[in-house]
Design a protein around this ligand. Structure first.
Ligand code: PBG
Length: 329
């Protein structure tokens, strides 16, 4: 029996060597942890569908921000559950709104942590849709007007980057114009460019109480079957001035992520969403899988597919294990 001269197993025999020739590694500095801010003080209420994640009042969010910053996580993505909801989501642009308070408090007390806000209306509207609804349909251009209001309010209160997630046409262009005209030319936009209408957002909707009261989001979020359309969405966002583009969810859309990175060579983010997290946590709780090992495998896969930044609820667990760097395995 003749042997091939190349024995690929040689490089797999020793853990140090394996890590030296590893092609892709997730580093803590790739990760962004979402936080869910609620009214009140000393509130730290576990979200049952997302084990390990909590609804936090502003004071507790500051504590969590300190903890994750010390763990080496560079950035957070903030969501807010407001104290009132109405037809237009007006609580999203008030000076004393929950998100505005959170931005101010975190930037004041943990200035090194990079604060990104999710810009959408579904948490703020009584109907749970991502803007203004007319005759039962989300009105694109009217919603853009209030989205710019929301954007400028976050900018005024000191946010570092804004991330529009509503999948309205012309979002990035409208926000960029509004920001530039108000003098915020250096405030970057991370666009949820290819965001699919996905069942994987289920647990998140419990976290922020944002399920639509009628209908669904299929007239604005993308059909999960479409890749070409995703590329068109990304291309438009880049033309309109997006600084970072995003694919969301991640795991069932790694081909989209890969195609986006290959085609546009832009700083690219992936959102490892609530359902992807919840599935791992639930199966691990049952003892069916090793949750930590699988989380690492998932994050590695997202990175290998082309993500430069990964928004993930696994961030804090990962950072603890990685001790500010990579996880050694
Ligand atoms: C919209 C928004 C959603 C998520 C992030 N921003 C929900 C939706 O579009 O229905 C989902 C995030 C997750 O599931 O982790 N504001």
């Amino acid at each position: 029996m003749s042997f091939p001269t190349s024995r690929l197993r040689r490089l797999r025999m020793n853990p140090t060597l394996r890590s030296m020739v590893r092609e892709h590694q997730v580093h803590v500095s790739d990760l962004i942890l979402p936080l869910f801010i609620v009214p009140g003080s000393r509130v730290k209420k576990p979200i049952s569908s997302m084990p390990g994640q909590c609804n936090l009042s502003v004071d507790m969010a500051v504590e969590e921000a300190k903890r994750i910053y010390d763990l080496g996580i560079p950035a957070t993505l903030l969501f807010a559950i407001p104290d009132y909801k109405d037809d237009t989501g007006s609580s999203s642009w008030q000076d004393n709104g929950i998100i505005q308070q959170a931005i101010r408090a975190i930037k004041e007390q943990v200035p090194g942590l990079y604060v990104i806000t999710d810009l959408c209306f579904c948490e703020y509207t009584s109907h749970g849709h991502c803007g203004i609804v007319c005759d039962g349909v989300l009105d694109n251009d009217k919603s853009l007007e209030i989205l710019v209001k929301q954007t400028l309010s976050h900018a005024k209160h000191g946010v570092d980057m804004v991330a529009p997630s509503g999948m309205l046409d012309g979002t990035v262009g409208a926000m960029r114009k509004g920001l530039d005209e108000a003098g915020y030319t250096n405030l970057p936009i991370m666009a949820y460019s290819a965001k699919f209408a996905s069942g994987f957002y289920g647990p998140f909707r419990e976290a922020v109480q944002s399920a639509p009261q009628f209908g669904d989001r299929k007239s604005y979020q993308m059909d999960p079957a479409n890749l070409q359309e995703a590329l068109r969405e990304v291309e438009l966002d880049i033309q309109e001035g997006a600084d970072i583009v995003m694919v969301k969810p991640a795991m069932a859309f790694l081909d989209v992520l890969h195609a986006v990175k290959e085609k546009f060579q832009m700083p690219t983010a992936a959102y490892n969403v609530s359902g992807e997290y919840a599935m791992v946590k639930a199966a691990a709780e049952k003892g069916w899988i090793d949750g930590d090992r699988i989380a690492l495998e998932i994050l590695n896969g997202i990175k290998r597919a082309g993500a430069d930044l990964i928004i993930t609820y696994f961030a804090a667990d990962f950072a603890v294990k990685a001790k500010g760097g990579y996880i050694q395995y």
